[in-house]
Ligand binder design. Structure first.
Ligand code: AMP
Ligand code: ZN
Length: 116
């Protein structure tokens, strides 16, 4: 995906504030944080969203969740955090490369959603 923003970040063509990297996963600070801790966890290879995952993506999806607790703790959210994966139009996904937001800090992040 030549012109995908997060693919470019994964390839190092666009700078990011990286906090973790392995063969399959990259974690960096969100450029516009909503909470004191706001990380983005992405697969390095392009997956558009949770709506397009396949069986082959199961290991990387597991890895993305399995590293969340350690990274949240290390980055300043040791007492819990929230993982958000916005998906598609209804989920208000703005960047079409699968990513998990890890949000937290020293205060609770608040109710899950505003009720309508
Ligand atoms: P979403 O609405 O779930 O697609 O979230 C996209 C997120 O990407 C937003 O929280 C943006 O602040 C974040 N974002 C956009 N561009 C960048 C960038 N260049 N580096 C880091 N985060 C970014
Ligand atoms: Zn991509």
């Amino acid at each position: 995906m030549d012109d995908c923003l997060f693919c470019k970040i994964a390839r190092g063509q666009i700078p990011s504030r990286k906090v973790y990297e392995d063969d399959e996963v990259l974690v960096f600070h969100d450029i516009n944080p909503a909470r004191p801790v706001h990380l983005l966890v992405i697969p390095k290879h392009h997956i558009t969203s949770l709506a397009t995952v396949s069986e082959a993506d199961i290991p990387v999806l597991g890895r993305m969740l399995a590293i969340a607790n350690r990274l949240a703790s290390e980055q300043g959210s040791p007492d819990g955090f929230r993982v958000i994966i916005n998906t598609g139009r209804i989920g208000h996904q703005e960047v079409p490369h699968l990513h998990a937001h890890i949000v937290g800090g020293s205060e609770p992040v608040g109710p899950m959603l505003k009720r309508i």
